[in-house]
Design a protein around this ligand. Structure first.
Ligand code: GDG
Length: 472
């Protein structure tokens, strides 16, 4: 029987250490939902790091046994691997480079060596489970070398790769001393997927300049195989968000929030703490809105959720300080006894409360400097079941390619951001409904299940094509 093996840096279950011992919490992430029907099916498995350091072999066995019952197989990382492969090469070299933040990128040979070794470790974990004809779907920038490693060991396997972050211009890739090796790593796959055609074009151009393989209609010809490259914009579980937004729980949350806000309009901002998300720029723009359009003073509040992330990396710690200071300064300068300009939460909310916030918001401010896709934009759209509300969206988020009915802005252009907020808060209801309805139709149709099916179908097709070509 042929199996499907999903591989990503993190497993879809969060394992944490508490006073009572280890706890296991299923992740609510979009990827886990979308791939749930695949990895939970008979014989299939998800391979990845459980997200914490486990040293004791007995404890490792206990974690492995528990995860195995839920179709998962853990890859345990050492403290040095977490530091050099994960926080180092993945999050301090690839993440900033692929998001055009080269000023934050480090180029450490030791981190590169750890990245190669960790990819090899994931490879061994997959090989321990995979048969020669299995389908393996590898995810994201932490595992760029894995497709080629797997290909060498399992030449007949069907291997797919999907990148969740942007693929930048060739000019950025060639800055990396290991650029060609990374491209060759990805080319071990039969199918390589990106969120947008733009990222796909950047990849093809980098491959042609740095590896010397040309392509025709997205098919890269290597000396031994052809590799299909395509765009698959990732969706969300639309139904789940739409239903959560009208649930009794979300309604109760929304009612409490509304009463507390006393008629003040709400601009919502939700992100992981990350310099790519444009959080500080957003705060400055909100401050300018109050300065340039003082009529909004006392009438509108920014509700900002920042989810803690990567707090071991220096830039993230600095960004946290910057955000804390900006919020403090703006609130100190503008608040009144009865009104707070910014409600700032540095934590994550349970799913139903999140749905309540989406439902409450008059405007969602999704203004990343760069973002592979951005699912928050799509979740906001799905939760607006009465079709009132305005999405302000950065043109540099992958989601902007699909959600062209949003108010699209350049996040560096502070003036544009200020005026977009002003316009959004003034937008007549019939206009809001027209834009929201057309975005909803799109987000509903191309949901995460459609995304998964399309990728798996194309992967199967790329393999059949490969086989017909080799027998011709
Ligand atoms: C990467 C790429 C790409 C946020 N706050 C809370 C919460 N969230 C959930 C959101 C959303 C998810 O986190 C964030 O997803 P994004 O897509 O916005 O961003 P990244 O984490 O950077 O994801 C990105 C994605 O991969 C998929 O390919 O779109 O471009 O960077 O689902 O709802 N969830 C809960 N409470 C919170 O407070 N429960």
């Amino acid at each position: 029987m042929s199996r499907t093996i999903i591989v990503s840096n993190r497993l879809p279950t969060k394992v944490q250490r508490s006073a009572e011992g280890l706890t296991f919490q299923p992740s609510e992430g979009g990827l886990a939902t979308g791939l749930g029907s695949i990895y939970k099916a008979d014989g299939n498995v998800w391979v990845g790091w459980p997200g914490l350091f486990v040293e004791d072999p007995n404890e490792q066995a206990q974690v492995a046994e528990r995860l195995q019952a839920d179709s998962m197989a853990p890859v345990f990382l050492t403290e040095a691997e977490i530091r050099d492969y994960y926080e180092g090469f993945s999050n301090s070299t690839l993440w900033p480079t692929f998001h055009y933040f080269t000023q934050f990128a480090t180029y450490e040979d030791a981190h590169w060596q750890a990245y190669v070794a960790a990819n090899e470790k994931f490879c061994q974990a997959v090989l321990a489970l995979a048969g020669p004809d299995d389908t393996i779907w590898v995810h994201d920038y932490q595992l760029l070398l894995l497709p080629e490693m797997l290909r060498r060991a399992r030449p007949e396997a069907t291997i797919g790769f999907f990148l969740h972050i942007p693929f930048p211009s060739y000019e950025l890739i060639r800055v990396l001393p290991w650029g060609a090796a990374l491209l060759n790593g990805m080319l071990g796959a039969d199918l390589i997927g990106f969120h947008t055609f733009g990222y796909m074009r950047h990849f093809l151009s980098a491959v042609s300049h740095m590896v010397g393989y040309s392509n025709q209609n997205g098919i890269v010809e290597t000396p031994t195989r052809s590799v299909l490259v395509d765009a698959f914009p990732m969706g969300i579980d639309y139904q789940r968000y739409a239903e959560a937004a009208v649930s009794a729980e979300a309604e109760a949350h929304q009612r409490t929030y509304r009463a507390a806000m006393r008629g003040v309009r709400v601009v919502l901002s939700i992100d992981r703490l990350d310099y790519t998300k444009g959080i500080a720029q957003r705060l400055r723009a909100f401050e300018q809105l109050l300065v340039r359009h003082p009529e909004w003073s006392g009438q509108v509040s920014l509700l900002m959720v920042v989810v803690p992330s990567r707090d071991q990396v220096a830039q993230y710690q600095e960004l946290k300080v910057e955000i804390d200071e900006l919020v403090g300064r703006i609130n100190a300068q503008h608040s009144t006894i009865t009104w707070n300009p910014i409600h700032y939460f540095y934590r994550s909310f349970p799913f139903e409360e999140l749905a309540g916030l989406y439902r409450l918001a008059d405007v969602a401010l999704v203004t990343p400097m760069r973002d592979g896709m951005n699912l928050v934009a799509k979740e906001f759209v799905a939760c607006k079941t009465n079709q009132r509300g305005v999405l302000i969206l950065s043109e540099r988020a992958g989601a902007a390619r699909e959600l062209s009915d949003a108010l699209l802005i350049n996040p560096t252009d502070l003036n544009q951001l200020v005026e977009a907020m002003h316009e959004a808060l003034h937008m007549p209801e019939d206009e809001q409904i027209a834009h929201m309805a057309s975005m909803q139709a799109l987000v509903r149709q191309y949901d995460v299940f459609a995304w998964t099916n399309l990728f798996m179908e194309r992967l199967a097709y790329s393999k059949i094509k490969q086989q017909t070509m080799s027998t011709d």
